[in-house]
Every structure is written in structure tokens, then in C-alpha cells.
Design a binder for this molecule. Structure first.
Ligand code: GAL
Length: 330
């Protein structure tokens, strides 16, 4: 009997040790391929954003699951410690047309900010009618990161038309919304007020772009955006400035223009500040307008030096979130 117990314990130890190396091997990000969550389902977080909170990353985005009620709009939340393996938390928003905008009303590009003063989680999203004429943002608030988020209001930030939105949290913790304003042909950068329930003007960048995102890297701010071709991909471009207020450089291509951003459109620039280096990840959506639920993700580490930003051709790659090192697999 005792011998059997020892044998069993030995077997258990052996199995455990054999499993450890595989735990240590970093996972691989495969741009464009179906990205499955812990349930084996395709991650539904389109036009999304990442919120880092208490040692984990939370990915929020449009949930376009085929099983959703077509009258409601959904935001899903996933969590991860390595940015590769994602646990489905829940649908944090399952909202019925709160302002009676009619069928095909729009809730897109949700982004979540953590307010350390109020201890609230504040979700911003593009809020619109079927013809994209309302051009507002909406705010929903939760006491927990993974919801439920309750609809609070919608408005035009700075009294401007606002369609695609992006989020940016600076190294000092200040939170900003970047939004596209068509009549003024440019991006507004707007700092969130202390309670995050409104915004104040920080800067305006003249450039008729959308899919806006910002990152701070070294001594520079980088802004990225796509041209306005709806769901169709086009060449994303970037500009830099020493401060958010500018002056901003001219916009330049992030990849050969004929590549059309490898069929993706920017949604966020995510900086991983590791112990050895900082890596900025281009997060983009490869939209499939007829099957939005099957839209894919293009995440790649950007090549950034001396004020340039280059998106390499999509390849499988690995990331060490501790050191900040990214390895593109050949
Ligand atoms: C894109 C925009 C998407 C979605 C789409 C609708 O330009 O980036 O978020 O609004 O248009 O056509």
C-alpha cells in the first residue's frame, strides 16, 4: 500500500515537472488567425481597447456574436496576464437602444478607463444611429472592472461631432479621449475631467483621419490613424509631437501603402514597459463587414526609432510582458 502511494506521488511529481517547461514557454500571437478564448470561442472584442488593472490586462471590444439579440449592442470583456491567453469574463454591456435611435443603432469602439479617485470604471463608446448622423459618445459606468456597465448618458464631446474614438493614458496617469471630427477634418485630443464623466479640450490635429490612437514612447507622442474608407482597409499613417498640444509633424505611412495596413485598421497603440525594454503593439481590426463576428485581429510589435514608426508584415510572434521583449518568429 505504502509503495503504491510513493509510486503515485512520484508519478504526480514527474507529470508536474514535465508540465512546468510548457507553462514557461511563451504563447504565440498569430495575426489574422482566429484567436480563441479559454472557452475555445473566437474572441469578440472588435474595435477594442486594453485596460491594465491590478496586474492583469482587460480587453474590451464590440461583441458581434451571431447568437446576440440583433436589437441589442454588446461589449465583451476578456482578461489575461500575458496578452496571449484570454479568459472570457462576460458581456459587460448588453444594451437595448437607450435613446430610441431605431434599428441598426450603433455602439462601437468601447474603451474602459479606471478612475482612481472615484474607484469607478468608466466606459466610453461611439454612439450613433444607423446613418452615423448622431455622432456622439456614450458613457457607461461600473463598480467592477468586469461589469455590469450601466448606461449613463450620451453627448457630443466639446460639442463636436464624434465618431471613431480611441483612448490614451499618459505615463502620469492622465486619461484622454481621441475622437474623429468630420466637419473640422481632424482629431481632437480631449482630457477626461476629474470624474471621467466629461472631457476638456487638449489639442486638435488637422488631418481627416479616423481609427485614432496615441502612445508616448521615448520623448515623443505618436498618433496613428486610418483614412476614411468605412470597413475597407487603407494605409494607416502616423505623426509625432513633443507634447500632445503639438506641434505635430506631417503624417507618414506606417507600412508600404500598397499593403493597406495588411488589411487592418488601427484601434489602439499598447505600450508594454518591461524591465528590459518598452514595446509598442499595433492593435488593428481586420474587418469582415458581412460577417463582423468573424473579423480578425492584427497585433504586431512596431519598429520605432528616432521618431519613426514601422509596422512589419504580419508574422507569428511572442511577447514577454515582464521584460517587454517581442520576438518575431521566422
Ligand atoms: C469605419 C470605422 C468603424 C465603423 C465603420 C462603419 O470607418 O472605423 O469603427 O464605424 O466605419 O462603416
Amino acid at each position: 500500500m505504502r509503495k503504491a502511494v510513493f509510486q503515485l506521488a512520484g508519478l504526480f511529481l514527474f507529470t508536474l515537472m514535465a508540465a512546468i517547461p510548457s507553462i514557461a514557454v511563451p504563447g504565440t500571437i498569430k495575426p489574422g488567425e482566429p484567436w480563441l478564448d479559454d472557452r475555445g470561442q473566437q474572441i469578440q472584442a472588435h474595435g477594442g481597447g486594453i485596460t491594465f488593472w491590478k496586474g492583469a490586462y482587460y480587453w474590451f471590444g464590440e461583441d458581434r456574436s451571431q447568437t446576440n439579440d440583433p436589437d441589442k449592442r454588446y461589449v465583451a470583456c476578456f482578461s489575461s496576464r500575458d496578452l496571449v491567453h484570454w479568459k472570457f469574463r462576460r458581456q459587460v454591456i448588453a444594451l437595448s437602444d437607450p435613446e430610441h435611435l431605431g434599428p441598426r443603432w450603433v455602439l462601437e469602439r468601447p474603451k474602459v478607463f479606471v478612475n482612481s479617485r472615484t474607484h469607478k470604471f468608466v466606459l466610453y463608446a461611439h454612439f450613433d444611429d444607423a446613418r452615423y448622423k448622431l455622432a456622439r459618445v456614450m458613457i457607461a459606468v461600473s463598480d467592477r472592472i468586469d461589469g455590469d456597465y450601466h448606461y449613463v448618458k450620451s453627448f457630443r464631446p466639446l460639442d463636436q461631432e464624434s465618431r471613431d474614438i480611441g483612448q490614451f493614458v499618459d505615463d502620469d496617469g492622465s486619461a484622454y479621449l481621441i475622437f474623429e471630427s468630420r466637419p473640422t477634418k481632424g482629431f481632437f485630443i480631449a482630457k477626461l475631467t476629474d470624474d471621467y464623466m466629461g472631457v476638456e479640450k487638449t489639442a486638435f490635429i488637422q488631418a481627416p483621419l479616423e481609427g485614432g490612437a496615441i502612445v508616448r514612447y521615448g520623448n515623443l507622442y505618436y498618433v496613428i490613424g486610418s483614412h476614411m474608407t468605412g470597413w475597407r482597409p487603407n494605409p494607416d499613417v502616423f505623426a509625432t509631437a513633443p507634447s500632445l498640444a503639438g506641434p505635430w509633424t506631417e503624417f507618414k505611412d506606417i507600412a508600404p501603402p500598397e499593403a493597406n495596413t495588411y488589411n487592418a485598421q488601427s484601434t489602439m497603440l499598447l505600450k508594454i514597459a518591461g524591465s528590459k525594454k518598452s514595446t509598442v503593439i499595433f492593435m488593428g481590426d481586420i474587418w469582415k463587414p458581412k460577417e463582423l463576428w468573424d473579423s480578425r485581429y492584427l497585433w504586431m510589435p512596431l519598429d520605432m526609432q528616432n521618431g519613426s514608426m514601422h509596422l512589419p508584415p504580419p508574422q507569428s510572434w511572442q511577447l514577454n510582458v515582464k521584460t517587454g521583449e517581442a520576438t518575431i518568429l521566422k
